[in-house]
Ligand binder design. Structure first.
Ligand SMILES: *[C@@H]1O[C@H](CO)[C@@H](O)[C@H](O)[C@H]1NC(C)=O
Ligand SMILES: *[C@@H]1O[C@H](CO)[C@@H](O)[C@H](O)[C@H]1NC(C)=O
Ligand SMILES: *[C@@H]1O[C@H](CO)[C@@H](O)[C@H](O)[C@H]1NC(C)=O
Ligand SMILES: *[C@@H]1O[C@H](CO)[C@@H](O)[C@H](O)[C@H]1NC(C)=O
Ligand SMILES: *[C@@H]1O[C@H](CO)[C@@H](O)[C@H](O)[C@H]1NC(C)=O
Length: 451
């Protein structure tokens, strides 16, 4: 029924004014996605989906290292890190074992025919899957009977509309339900726990609600089939919200590490940051009331009105493929909410050393135990956005250099990026770490009493 309705909406877009607004409304967050169209793919699906990856192995289990040892190890290897082979060992995560279902290709690999599928800002669903597959013979197990968790790889964000290029997620619920039907019919593991040890990714606006419009997302809620499971989602708020009424881990949106590397390579080493405050993105001058909501709660409109003529602020409303180089030139990068509170700018700002200025009340940020967000970013309350200029001046005069120094810590940048294969400390690593804290859901642990 949802799919039907969505389909009708898509069709209506071409002719009806009203539907034009639905288009703007539901798809705004996606505009950044098209920036990635022209990026080279770092990894080729065929190779990363191949059955074995000899690079990552650690046949001998080692005694569990203490947390302190583990962290100092990361610290010591920091400088040489990029040259290191990935070495994600099961002992680090309390012998966590994940089984990745091999679903028919229509649930995942077929979508990769479109290169954008693995590069746009919702592509964490793809990157995580590839990363887990590349953990052959280690955290990933091919024996489901020894698994703690079961990853169900369904790509729901790659059905790009032929009309506007934005992902249509109207089919998400039915695709996921179909995958669960299949998995529960063919394997005994789903029924054993009603899916509580099964893991999904939900990487678009409102996470496990699988709808791009918040009122619809809230009305639909988390699909019944998923409610016992663990969802890795980009959406997260600190208050009660129907789209996180499920065991969840907040993950960062996907930014291609390769695109960031390219941007960094093109920055002259000693270049000063000549832009004081940067924002490029949708800033509506007259936002419309859609189902009682205004885009960005009119925060971006207020930024434009208050600072559009302010020389300290470099505000742009048009798309520009080279916007990452602008971030690299900026001191402060605004990360205001859109429809959803989260923003790809957060990851890009951190990765490129621009102090993120988060304007999204109640946002829950990814991996707080790995990324000390208060040390590397600024949070400005939505109601204070009219004082942004003063607030940033104050910070520039007091603790800006402290924040910038904290931002230089490579472990912070690394934690927000998905690599294939994964690297120690990166986003996939953080997901594994988070899952290792949920091992009381593991049937294997309960029966063996190893916890
Ligand atoms: C993809 O989205 C279109 C609408 O844009 C819809 O008609 C089509 O059924 C979707 N494809 C799948 C496989 O769900
Ligand atoms: C799991 O339960 C469903 C619904 O009760 C049933 O159709 C399916 O056959 C069961 N799966 C297995 C492997 O027994
Ligand atoms: C927005 O529209 C809703 C009806 O959809 C209405 O109840 C509400 O008062 C409007 N809000 C504003 C600020 O205009
Ligand atoms: C910097 O100062 C601002 C207030 O001016 C404060 O909110 C913020 O927490 C400080 N950050 C750090 C890392 O000291
Ligand atoms: C697992 O532990 C967490 C607290 O760490 C608790 O909230 C949760 O209810 C436990 N789950 C099960 C299935 O025991």
């Amino acid at each position: 029924m949802i799919t039907q309705k969505q389909r009708r909406t898509e069709k209506g877009l071409c002719f009806k004014h009203y539907y034009k607004w639905i288009l703007c409304f539901s798809l705004t967050l996606y505009f950044v996605a098209s920036f990635f169209v022209d990026h080279d793919q770092e990894d080729h699906p065929s190779s990363s989906l191949s059955p074995s990856n000899p690079l990552i192995t650690n046949p001998k289990p080692k005694p569990l290292p203490s947390r302190a040892m583990f962290e100092s190890k990361i610290h010591n290897q920091r400088l040489s890190f990029p040259l290191q082979r990935p070495n994600i060992r099961t002992d680090v995560f309390n012998n966590l074992k994940i089984y990745v279902y091999d679903l028919p290709s229509k649930f995942n690999k077929d979508w990769l025919a479109n290169e954008r599928c693995s590069n746009h800002l919702f592509a964490a669903e793809v990157a995580l899957h590839k990363a887990l597959l590349s953990l052959d013979g280690d955290v990933r197990t091919e024996d489901p009977y020894e698994a703690d968790f079961f990853f169900v790889p369904v790509y729901v964000s790659c059905n790009f509309s032929t009309v506007n290029g934005f992902p249509a997620i109207g089919h998400a619920r039915s695709l996921i339900n179909e995958a669960i039907d299949l998995v529960s019919a063919q394997h005994p593991f789903w029924n054993r726990t009603s899916g509580s040890d099964h893991v999904f990714a939900a990487t678009h606006d409102f996470g496990s609600c699988f709808h791009t419009m918040e009122d619809r997302a809230i009305a639909d809620g988390v699909p019944r089939m998923l409610r016992n499971s663990i969802v890795l989602q980009t959406f997260g708020v600190t208050y009660k919200h129907p789209c996180q009424e499920v065991e969840n881990v907040v993950i960062p949106p996907y930014i291609s590490p390769e695109s960031l590397r390219k941007t960094q390579k093109n920055i002259p080493a000693a270049k000063e940051r000549d832009i004081r405050v940067f924002f490029r993105g949708k800033m509506e001058i007259h936002p419309k009331n859609i189902s009682g909501r205004f885009y960005s709660k009119r925060i971006r409109t207020e930024i434009w009105r208050s600072y559009g003529g302010d020389r300290r602020f470099y505000l742009q409303r048009q798309r520009f493929a080279g916007y990452q180089s602008e971030i690299a030139r900026s001191v402060f990068c605004l990360c205001p909410l859109g429809w959803a509170p989260w923003s790809p700018r957060l990851v890009e700002s951190v990765a490129l050393g621009c102090v993120p200025v988060i304007i999204a009340d109640g946002i829950r940020l990814p991996f707080p135990s790995a990324v000390r967000w208060p040390d590397i970013s600024l949070t400005v309350a939505e109601r204070d956005v009219g004082r942004l200029g003063d607030i940033l001046e104050h910070v520039a005069a007091t603790n800006l250099s402290d924040i910038q120094k904290n931002l230089e810590d490579p472990s912070v940048r690394r934690a927000l990026l998905f690599n294939v294969p994964p690297r120690e400390g990166d986003a996939t690593w953080q997901v594994l770490e988070a899952l290792s804290k949920k091992l009381n859901r593991s049937v294997r642990r309960k029966s063996n009493d190893v916890l």
